[in-house]
Design a protein around this ligand. Structure first.
Ligand code: ADP
Ligand code: MG
Length: 336
C-alpha cells in the first residue's frame, strides 16, 4: 500500500540534503539575513554549532503569517514562477532551508518588521506544529537553532569534533562576509571574545578575514566583456602557497568551486608562480542571471554557466594584465 508521507517526515528526509552539518545551517541563515537586506548580522555558535547556532539580523523581518509560513516546505517569498529560476537576484529560492532545519532541531525565531508594534515568536521542535506568541523584539530576525539532530541520533553521530565543525562554519561565514563587505558582522564562538568586522570595502574585508597576511600583497583585477564582468583581487605570486589556500570564485555573489577556472588563474600567472605553489585569489564573476544555472546542486556550491571557455580566457588575460601593470617579476625560488 502506498501512502504519501506526512510533511514532517518528508522534511526530515529533505534535511538529509540541506543540512549536512552545522555549517550548512549557518550558510542558510546568513544567506537569509542577506536576502532580507540586513546591514548588521551577528552569528553565535556553541560547541561547533551542535548545541546552538544563533543569527541576529536587522533585516526586513516578517509578519506573523509569514513567520509561520517560512517553515513550510517550498515556501518562499523569493520566486513566483519557474521563469524566475533563470533570473535570480537572491541567495535563496528553494524555500527548503527553514523547513529542513526545523525538522532536525529545536528552533526559536523572533521577528518584527520595522512598521509593526509587536513582533512574533515561533517555536518548533523537530518538525512539530509551530507555537506562535507575540513578543517584543528588535526590528529584524533573531533565530536560534538548538540541539541539531537531537531526533536523528544516527546523523548526530557523524558530527565531527568541535574544532572541525567550527572550521566549516568559518568557511561559510567567510564566503558570505567576502561578498558583502558593506555589511557589518559579529562572530561569537563559544566564550571567546567576539570578532567584529566593520562595514568596509572589499580590500579591507579580505585583509581582515585573512589575518592581515595578504595586507599589501593584493592586486586588483578587472575585465569587462559583453558576457561577463570580472573584478576582485589576486595575491602577488610571492604570497602563493604550498597548499591550496585562499581560492575564491563567486558567481553573482555565490561562492563556487571551479577547478577549471582555477587553471585559468594559474595560466594567467604563468611562470611567475613559484613551482608547486598555488595562487590566492578572490575573483568575482558577474554574468546575466539567465546565463547561469545555480539550480543543479542543493547546496549550490557548483554552478554551471554558458561560455565557460570564453570566461577562462578572459580571466587568464585579466591576470596577465594586472601582473604586467604592476611589474611583477618572477619570484626567486630559494629552494632551487
Ligand atoms: P528561501 O530562502 O529559499 O526562500 P528559506 O526556508 O530559507 O527559503 O526561508 C523561507 C522564507 O522565510 C524566505 O523566503 C523569507 O521570506 C523568509 N525568511 C527567512 N529568513 C528570514 C530573515 N532572516 N529575515 C526575513 N525573512 C526571512
Ligand atoms: Mg533561504
Amino acid at each position: 500500500m502506498i501512502i504519501q508521507l506526512p510533511q514532517n517526515v518528508a522534511n526530515q528526509i529533505a534535511a538529509g540534503e540541506v543540512v549536512q552539518r552545522p555549517a550548512s545551517i549557518v550558510k542558510e541563515l546568513l544567506e537569509n539575513s542577506i536576502d532580507a537586506g540586513a546591514m548588521s548580522i551577528t552569528l553565535k555558535v556553541l560547541d561547533g554549532g551542535q548545541t546552538l547556532i544563533q543569527v541576529i539580523d536587522d533585516g526586513i523581518g516578517m509578519d506573523a503569517e509569514d513567520a509561520v509560513k517560512s517553515f513550510l516546505r517550498h515556501a518562499t517569498s523569493k520566486i513566483r514562477t519557474a521563469d524566475d529560476l533563470y533570473n535570480l537576484h537572491t541567495f535563496g529560492f528553494r524555500g527548503e532551508a527553514l523547513a529542513s532545519i526545523s525538522s532536525v532541531s529545536e528552533v526559536e525565531m523572533r521577528t518584527r518588521r520595522a512598521g509593526d508594534m509587536v513582533g512574533v515568536q515561533v517555536n518548533i521542535n523537530g518538525g512539530s506544529v509551530p507555537q506562535v506568541t507575540e513578543v517584543s523584539t528588535a526590528k529584524g530576525t533573531n533565530i536560534v537553532i538548538k540541539n541539531i539532530f537531537f531526533n536523528t541520533p544516527a546523523r548526530r553521530k557523524f558530527l565531527k569534533s568541535v574544532q572541525q565543525e567550527n572550521k566549516h562554519i568559518m568557511y561559510e561565514f567567510e564566503r558570505v562576509a567576502l561578498v558583502n563587505p558593506d555589511v557589518e558582522f559579529q562572530l561569537i564562538i563559544d566564550n571567546r571574545a567576539p570578532l567584529k568586522y566593520a562595514p568596509s570595502n572589499l580590500h579591507q574585508r579580505i585583509v581582515m578575514l585573512t589575518n592581515k597576511t595578504l595586507g599589501n600583497k593584493l592586486l586588483p583585477i578587472e575585465a569587462n566583456s559583453p558576457i561577463v564582468r570580472i573584478s576582485g583581487y589576486i595575491a602577488e605570486p610571492s604570497a602563493s602557497k604550498k597548499k591550496l589556500g585562499e581560492q575564491y570564485f563567486f558567481v553573482n555573489g555565490r561562492f563556487m568551486r571551479n577547478p577549471y577556472l582555477a587553471k585559468a588563474v594559474e595560466q594567467g600567472f604563468g611562470k611567475l608562480l613559484p613551482q608547486e605553489t598555488y595562487p590566492s585569489f578572490f575573483i568575482y564573476i558577474e554574468v546575466e542571471p539567465s546565463r547561469v544555472d545555480v539550480n543543479i546542486h542543493p547546496t549550490k556550491s557548483e554552478v554551471k554557466f554558458e561560455e565557460e571557455a570564453a570566461i577562462f580566457q578572459i580571466i587568464s588575460s585579466a591576470i596577465r594584465q594586472t601582473l604586467g601593470k604592476h611589474n611583477i617579476l618572477p619570484a626567486i625560488d630559494f629552494d632551487n
